[in-house]
Ligand binder design. Structure first.
Ligand SMILES: [Zn+2]
Length: 352
């Protein structure tokens, strides 16, 4: 999955080019992180534990999102304070209720370099799993948040094993960023992001957050991503991230909008029965946001499997499906969870 991020960054260029955005997109972006010049004394980061007070956030039995975002945020702060040259402020350290305006306002008042809101996800229906980062849709705020969000996902996904749902944008009907904290932070001129660590209501993600130690670990991973973004060093931890490579994307001049169309291609290229399993080559493509999951049906579309990871950066994925059947139908899902369904293909009798 390591290539996914590069593909995603490339796709953004493709999308913008398709929208006939001028040539700036082809020009090299300035090295990200240069805003942290050597002359600057201290980086200020504001971490926002999502929800709080009567706003509980997502709930599953025995657990409220507002409580675990705080655990993760406290761990992230503690970890980052092991590095030199950074000051960390929390928007809340107890069960306070804050508005979506109040939270980035704290960052503005603190002169923050970056605002990060921590969340845990839920989806209806509960088929989705994995980690994602939402960022501003425009300009330097986009480019900086993209680079940092990408590094955080490296920690959460490449290192820890969560599925990578990517760095993404969402623009509301007003043409401004859909998520309040991002919209207000952008108005204050502060790069911002929402980190959705995993899905509370999907068994695929449960092993990644189901103990206090894991909630702390997630905060430490967030901290490492941020430390790499700012090129920090820690004598205490014995690390120096001053030369970590970052994904450079050009600051978009028009909003990078979400994908609202389903994938263009969904097909079963071949399927054969081998040793009691179906070996299949699947094809899926979505030029705007890429393919992230597939599911399959062995009964012509009456019932479907759970979502499977689309493990290829190419448009084809070779998969093994347990069980035997005479037909195979698939659906492929893009980064915004929109699906396209294939025709139903015959499964040929293979070696077994
Ligand atoms: Zn939330």
């Amino acid at each position: 999955m390591k290539l996914r991020k590069w593909m995603a960054a490339g796709l953004i260029s493709v999308v913008l080019a398709a929208a006939s955005v001028p040539s700036y997109i082809a020009s090299a972006a300035p090295a990200d992180g240069v805003e942290v010049s050597e002359g600057k004394k201290e980086i200020v980061l504001v971490i926002d534990p999502g929800h709080g007070g009567s706003n509980t956030g997502g709930q599953i039995p025995g657990l409220m999102e507002k409580d675990i975002t705080l655990i993760t945020a406290l761990a992230m702060k503690e970890e980052l304070e092991k590095y030199e040259g950074i000051r960390v402020i929390l928007t809340r350290s107890g069960d306070e209720e804050l508005s979506l305006y109040d939270r980035p306002k704290i960052a503005k008042d603190a002169g923050a370099d970056l605002f990060i809101s921590l969340h845990y996800n839920k989806a209806v229906p509960n088929r989705l799993y994995g980690a994602e980062v939402w960022i501003p849709s425009l300009g330097e705020n986009y480019a900086r948040a993209y680079a940092c969000g990408d590094l955080i996902l490296n920690e959460l996904c490449d290192g820890y094993g969560l599925y990578r749902r990517g760095v993404k944008t969402k623009v509301g009907s007003s043409g401004k960023d859909y998520y309040g904290v991002i919209k207000y932070a952008s108005e204050f001129g502060i790069p911002s992001m929402i980190v959705e660590h995993c899905h509370l209501d999907n068994e695929e993600d449960v092993p990644f957050f189901n103990s206090p130690e894991k909630l702390v670990m997630l905060g430490k991973l967030d901290a490492t991503g941020v430390a790499k973004y700012f090129g920090l060093s820690s004598k205490l931890l014995g690390v120096d991230y001053s030369h970590v490579a970052k994904t450079n994307v050009a600051p978009p001049l028009t909003p990078v909008v979400q994908d609202i169309t389903p994938p263009e291609t969904a097909a079963v290229v071949s399927a054969s029965l081998e040793n009691g399993q179906i070996r299949a080559v699947l094809q899926g493509s979505d030029r705007q946001s890429g393919i992230y999951y597939y599911d399959y049906s062995l009964d012509g579309g009456l019932s479907w499997s759970p979502l499977q990871r689309w493990d290829s950066v190419e448009t084809t994925d070779t998969v093994t499906i347990p069980g035997s059947a005479q037909t195979l139908t698939i659906r492929v899902y893009n980064q915004y969870d929109l699906a396209a369904q294939s025709l139903t293909a015959a499964v040929s009798k293979g070696s077994g």
